[in-house]
Design a protein around this ligand. Structure first.
Ligand code: G16
Ligand code: MG
Length: 213
């Protein structure tokens, strides 16, 4: 049975996936590197430096590690400008209701995100206090598709991985959930992916039916 739900953050509870895309796009344009939505989907759930590597595949030149650090830093600056505009209104439709429903049923809720900006985002959305555990990019060595962030969330909750359900918008996240031995629910473009999620959600509100239906 499902005792806990671990939510991915970017692309699930808030549409900061669009902000990531815009910030990378701005950096890529400045560097004269081709970057489009299809490459954008490959950045979902993977770490900042790994995302940069995906973007640099399209570059005609090579970059030193110092230059790469600078580009990642620049992108994060652009991204933080966009995050500054976040308000509680920007929480994804249904997210507050779904979290409240879980809590009412005694199902624990946690965050499992690759993002180092997780604390800032949760704070701005006014959601930080709702979660029994937050595991994010600041605390892990290997990001999704490695299961580390989800296993850390389960450990913080003191719930066995097989009793956890992960909600994800990323291919890398679904693979990570599977490797963690957890159930998964896919939402967004990834519902059409080849990685078998246990459940597919067209809207976040469908989650409660998956758990208690
Ligand atoms: C998110 C995004 C990724 C991003 C990563 C790192 O993961 O999906 O695109 O590259 O975090 O973000 P930051 O640069 O803020 O540390 P998730 O797991 O929340 O989807
Ligand atoms: Mg995501």
């Amino acid at each position: 049975s499902i005792l806990a739900v671990i939510f991915d953050l970017d692309g699930v509870l808030v549409h900061t996936d669009q902000y990531h895309y815009q910030a990378w796009k701005r950096m890529a344009d400045e560097e004269g590197i081709v970057f489009d939505e299809s490459a954008g989907d490959r950045l979902r759930g993977v770490s900042r430096m790994e995302s940069l590597e995906v973007i640099l595949e399209k570059s005609s030149r090579t970059y030193t590690s110092v230059e790469k650090e600078a580009l990642a830093e620049k992108k994060n600056g652009y991204y933080r400008e966009l995050l500054d505009r976040l308000t509680p209104e920007d929480a994804a439709p249904g997210s507050c209701e779904v979290i409240a429903a879980c809590k009412q049923q005694g199902t624990k809720v946690a965050i499992g995100s690759s993002s180092r900006n997780t604390p800032v985002i949760l704070e701005r959305l006014g959601l930080l206090h709702l979660f029994e555990a937050v595991a994010d990019g600041n605390e892990i060595v290997n990001s999704k598709p490695d299961p580390e962030v989800f296993l850390l969330a389960a450990k913080k909750l003191a719930i066995d991985p097989e009793c956890c359900l992960v909600v994800e918008d990323a291919e890398a996240g679904l693979i990570a959930a599977k490797r963690a031995g957890m159930k998964s629910a896919a939402i967004g473009t990834v519902i059409n992916s080849l990685t078998a999620a246990d459940y597919r959600l067209h809207r976040l509100e469908e989650l409660t039916a998956v758990i208690w239906g």
